[in-house]
Design a protein around this ligand. Structure first.
Ligand code: UTP
Ligand code: MG
Length: 455
C-alpha cells in the first residue's frame, strides 16, 4: 500500500536521476571529444573495442560502397572507413548520437545509421544491403583469389549466379590466380589461424637463416597487429647488410618447395626506383601497391601446422569444419566484421601474371585428390635494410592506418610516406630510420604499438 502510493514519485525520481546521469555523461564525453585526436595514426585502436556492433554495421556500408564504386570513386567507402575508425578509438560505448558531437569524421549519414541501430538494435540500410542479391554475389565472387570488383561485376553481367557458373564457363583462361582461387576456394576462405601462421613463419625463418645467416624474418599483416585469424600469411624478410638480400627469394622458394610447401605462385622483381619515394599515389580500394621484390602465391600447409602441443585448438576445430565455416560465410553473418582485404590488392597492374611453376598442373585435380594439407595464401616480401622499417610499418598495416598516416604526413608535414621510405618534399631528401620508433619520431607521432594500429 505504502509502496503503491509513492510509486509514481519514486519512478519520477529514478527517471530524473537517469536524465541527470545521462546529461553528465554527455558533457563528460563532449569534453573528451574536443581533445579527440584528429588523425587515426594519432589514436589507439585495438581489435577489441567498445563499439564493435556499430563499426561492423558501418563496415558493411563501407564494403558495399567499395564494391559498388570500385576504384573509380573511393570517397564514399573512405567516409565510412573514417567513421568506423573514430568509433574504434572511442573510450566509451556509444549510447546516443549526442555523444558523437564534435567528432569530425562522423557525418550525417553515419549518424542516421547509428541512431537507427541504437533505437532498433539493427540498421534498416545495413539489413537491406546484407539481403541484397547483388551484394551477396559480389561478396562471393570477390572472395575468389584474383577477383576484384570489376571482374565480379563482369561475372554478374554474364548472368553467373555462383562459382560453379564461373568454372563451367571455362573461367578464367588467362589468370592463374583465378583458376587456382576457384579450385581452392574453400581452403582459401577458411581463416588462417595464428598457430598455422607462426609455424609457417618459423619454417621460413629456419630456411632463410640457412641460406642467409643473420636474416630478419617478420610475420607482418594482421597477425602482427594481434589478430588470431587472417586471410593470408604475410612475411617480410631483410638483412642488416644492405644488398645481402639479393638472391634470397629464389633460394627460399626452392627450399620451401623441397619441403613440399609450395603449390603455385608468382615472383615479382623489385621495381623500386628512387622516384617512387616522392611520386603521387592514388588512394583506392587496392591500397598503395609497393615496389618490393616478392612472391605472391598459394602454399600447402600440412594440417599438423594448426596443432597445439597438448590440446585441440580452435584452429584445428576450424580446419576440421573448414567446409562449414568460411571467411565469406562469416562476412555475410549480420554485422560480422567484414574482411577488408581484397585479393586484388596484390594484382600487378599491367600484366596478367603467369605462374612461375607448375603451369601444366590442373588445380581442380589437385584440389579434389586426397590430401593432408590446406591451401593458404602467402606473401613473401623482400626489403633492402635501408627501407626495412618503413616496409615494416607499411606491411603491418592496417590499410587504413597506412592510408591515414600517409595523408597526415603529406598534409601536415610535407613528407611523403611509403613502404619504401619517408621523403621530405621541400628539402628533397630521404629520412632514414633504424627502428619503427624512429619512423614515428620522424612523423612527429607518439609511437603506436602494432596492436593499437587496428583502425
Ligand atoms: P593484407 O591484405 O594481408 O591485410 O595486407 P591484413 O591486415 O594482413 O589482413 P588479413 O588478416 O590478412 O585479412 C597486409 C598489410 O600489407 C599492406 C596492407 O596495406 C596491409 O596493411 N600491403 C599490402 C602493402 O603495403 N602493399 C601491398 O602491395 C599489399
Ligand atoms: Mg594478411
Amino acid at each position: 500500500m505504502w509502496l503503491s502510493l509513492y510509486e509514481p514519485l519514486l519512478l519520477f525520481l529514478v527517471s530524473l536521476e537517469e536524465k541527470i546521469t545521462t546529461k553528465e555523461d554527455v558533457s563528460a564525453v563532449d569534453q573528451s571529444n574536443t581533445s579527440f585526436p584528429e588523425w587515426a595514426c594519432q589514436r589507439k585502436a585495438k581489435l577489441e573495442h567498445l563499439n564493435i556492433k556499430l563499426t561492423s554495421a558501418i563496415e558493411v556500408l563501407q564494403e558495399h560502397a567499395e564494391l559498388r564504386d570500385g576504384n573509380q570513386d573511393y570517397s564514399r567507402a573512405l567516409a565510412f572507413r573514417r567513421a568506423s575508425s573514430v568509433l574504434k578509438a572511442l573510450q566509451f560505448p556509444v549510447q546516443s548520437v549526442e555523444q558523437l558531437r564534435g567528432l569530425k569524421d562522423i557525418g550525417e549519414h553515419v549518424k542516421t545509421v547509428i541512431a537507427d541501430f541504437l533505437d532498433h538494435g539493427s540498421s534498416s540500410e545495413v539489413e537491406e544491403i546484407l539481403k541484397s542479391h547483388w551484394f551477396r554475389k559480389m561478396k562471393l565472387f570477390t572472395s575468389v583469389f584474383g577477383v576484384g570488383p570489376s571482374t565480379a561485376k563482369a561475372w554478374i553481367d554474364h548472368g553467373w549466379e555462383n562459382l560453379e557458373d564461373a568454372q563451367k564457363n571455362g573461367c578464367p583462361s588467362n589468370d592463374w590466380r583465378i583458376a587456382w582461387g576457384l579450385a581452392f576456394w574453400k581452403d582459401l576462405n577458411t581463416p588462417v589461424c595464428r598457430t598455422e601462421a607462426l609455424t609457417f613463419s618459423q619454417i621460413v625463418q629456419q630456411e632463410a637463416e640457412s641460406i642467409l645467416p643473420g636474416v630478419i624474418t617478420t610475420l607482418v599483416g594482421g597477425f602482427r597487429r594481434g589478430k588470431q585469424e587472417g586471410h593470408d600469411v604475410d612475411i617480410l624478410l631483410s638483412h642488416p647488410k644492405e644488398g645481402a638480400e639479393t638472391d634470397l627469394l629464389p633460394k627460399l622458394i626452392a627450399a620451401l618447395g623441397k619441403r613440399g610447401l609450395m603449390l603455385i605462385g608468382h615472383k615479382e622483381k623489385s621495381s623500386f626506383r628512387s622516384d617512387v619515394l616522392y611520386q603521387d599515389f592514388k588512394i583506392s580500394t587496392r591500397g598503395q601497391l609497393d615496389h618490393f621484390e616478392k612472391w605472391l602465391g598459394i602454399c600447402k600447409f600440412p594440417k599438423s601446422f594448426s596443432k597445439h602441443e597438448n590440446s585441440t585448438s580452435k584452429c584445428e576445430e576450424n580446419q576440421n569444419n573448414s567446409h562449414s565455416k568460411t571467411n565469406s560465410d562469416s562476412n555475410l553473418k549480420a554485422y560480422a566484421s567484414l574482411d577488408d582485404s581484397l585479393s586484388e590488392l596484390y594484382e600487378p597492374k599491367a600484366k596478367k601474371a603467369k605462374p612461375s611453376e607448375t603451369t601444366s598442373l590442373d588445380p581442380n585435380l589437385i584440389s579434389a585428390a586426397p590430401r593432408d594439407w590446406l591451401a593458404r595464401r602467402v606473401d613473401l616480401i623482400i626489403a633492402p635494410y635501408s627501407q626495412y622499417y618503413y616496409a615494416l610499418v607499411g606491411w603491418t598495416g592496417s590499410k587504413h592506418f597506412n592510408r591515414d598516416a600517409r595523408l597526415y604526413a603529406q598534409k601536415k608535414l610535407g613528407l611523403k610516406l611509403t613502404s619504401h621510405g619517408l621523403y621530405d618534399l621541400q628539402k628533397r631528401e630521404s629520412l632514414s630510420a633504424q627502428s619503427e620508433e624512429e619512423v614515428f619520431a620522424h612523423l612527429n607521432l607518439q609511437y603506436v604499438d602494432p596492436s593499437d594500429r587496428n583502425c
